[in-house]
Write a protein that binds this ligand. Sequence first.
Ligand code: PDD
Length: 286
Amino acid sequence: MGRIVYVNGEYVPEEDGKISIFDRGFLFADGVYEVTAVVNSRLIDYAPHLERLARSLRELKMEWPCTESELRAMHEELIARNGITEGWVYMQITRGAADRDFKFPKGVKPSLVGFTQVKGLLENPDAVTGVKVCTVPDIRWARRDIKSVSLLAPVLGKQMAYEQGCFEGWMMEDGVITEGTSSNAYIVKDGVIITRELSNSILAGVTRRVLFALAAEKGVKIEERAFTPEEAYAADEAFLTSASNFVLPIVEIDGKRIGGGQPGPVGRRLRELFLDAVREQAGLLI
Ligand code: PDD
């Protein structure tokens, strides 16, 4: 059965969801997006996703297509209409449809689309085995802090990693790792988590932010700094985070086994801590 999707105010069967060929998302990748996890039919960490969306829109001087409460209602309506228990809601806002002109159009309403995807998030076989990553060049633009739909560089990076049998590409710039093509990157050395500090060079992951709070509660030390691939090869553990994978252990980087090729204790514990927090929000813990 096809999905019900949201397009500019209407809920329609996915085959009827239509966007203008003049939409600036299509012509210029002039848009922003968010991916919010759903567990037990409830949105996970919606507030920080909304906060990041507001920031992305502000940075790009883009208008809101609707009110905050209407946006939340759209997310919930999509979950209900599609009977989603686990997966995520994807939402995208673009600067709207107008004659092709690089300058911002005047008096044009932004476009808003949303759809759901089904995926098991609590039970994930990749989390049991751990995944492989390999380094790929980071050829993105200079404002990776904005969650823009301009994703050609990550698409190429992910494909390059996939062709090498890897789950994710860790992007490299100036000899250090920035982040994954669609996730944040971490290594663990002597019990300390090392991950790149926030700046325009990486996306401020919502999962990263929530994980930091959990780690602080448990007294797990985090060092925010860039690391090299060589440091990663010599790490005790590695993992990635994203709304679509939560915390996912990594067991191989560029063909080199990490932590004996098994998910390590720190990564496994952080995943469990994260899942507990998710279960609590989802009303699964009594
Ligand atoms: N990607 N870094 C990049 C470049 C990302 O694209 C993402 C998320 C993250 C992690 O952010 P968060 O924890 O808020 O999901 C980091 C989403 C999941 C995607 O494009 O599908």
